[in-house]
Design a protein around this ligand. Sequence first.
Ligand code: GTP
Length: 367
Amino acid sequence: MSPRPAEIGAEVADAEAVVLVGGKGTRLRPLTLSAPKPMLPTAGVPFLTHLLSRLRAVGIRHVVLGTSYQAEVFAEYFGDGSDLGLELEYVVEDEPLDTAGAIRNVAGRLRERDVLVFNGDILSGVDLGALVRTHREHDADVTLHLVKVDDPSRFGCVPTDADGRVTAFLEKTDTPPVDQVNAGCYVFRREVIDTIPEGRPVSVERETFPGLLDSGARIQGHVDAAYWLDLGTPEAFVRGSRDLVRGEAPSAALPAEPGEALVLPGARVADGATVTGGSTVGTACTVADDARVDGSVLFEGARVGAGSVVENAVVGSGAIVGDGVVLRGTVVGDGAVIGSGCELLDGARVWPGAELAPGAIRFSSDC
Ligand code: GTP
């Protein structure tokens, strides 16, 4: 039997959440030129909706968003949060304060003893009740969600001792001693946030956590094997979106039953076209006859021409893909026009509004 809301909420009683959403999302350009990363449409809703809905589902009510880049769009969309059953507050940075600086900057809005902090670009199924329990059982100053990854050399790694206590924060190296990395989700004891310097950029990983360790603070690790993905790159963004559509990634905000494709209201997919692999076809999109869209995301109003192949790609709002085009691992910016017969492969990125003449071939390049 699944737990009743009151029982779920009890696990995170006295906790509130801060979500960091102020980054520029440079690795996801050109998609993040028109919208901040947490607002990109992902399986039919802005990405952040998946996280906010999970917070509500575990009983958290009060959520503060630390904003900077394109700060106004969050409040315009989510308002006071009541549609999601949340009480949402927004704090805007005058200049980007980096991760810990952003946490310090919202301190005046915090009310509870334990504060859950989330990077706003992580898709995760971590058991938040268990995370908070670990924090309280060890009477920790900060508890970090840690995940084990196949290739830890791409990240700084975080070793722990037999009791789960963090022993170091190690920079990226070709030979990392452990495969545990920082998953971008923390529980902070409220007073610890007040020790972060105010009014200047501060990084949690480079400054706050190493400084806390040096001062003898208790930093606890919470290793969890649940679904986890950092949506920072175009490849990860399409993977996260298709995992959501297929129901492989956790969300309480999917606008339809999980399946092979999410075709939003007002989209038109021709009878002879196929849409598979967890693809999303946004509102007012068209996919013409004999086109094949697989594992991809079409933002609102995008058009895919007859006989085109779109695989593991993102096509921005209102972009036009001509007939007989091949897109593989490609990002097409908003309003771009891809001439018929073009082939754009292996991470090629097309800037918003660009027009590619018919027949162009590009690999791994910006256009
Ligand atoms: P890249 O530029 O592609 O690295 O993306 P990013 O700007 O989002 O940076 P990163 O992925 O390292 O950020 C991790 C999380 O912290 C994301 O949720 C960001 O939105 C957030 N973040 C990063 N810098 C800031 C900042 O200066 N202020 C606030 N409020 N949030 C930030």
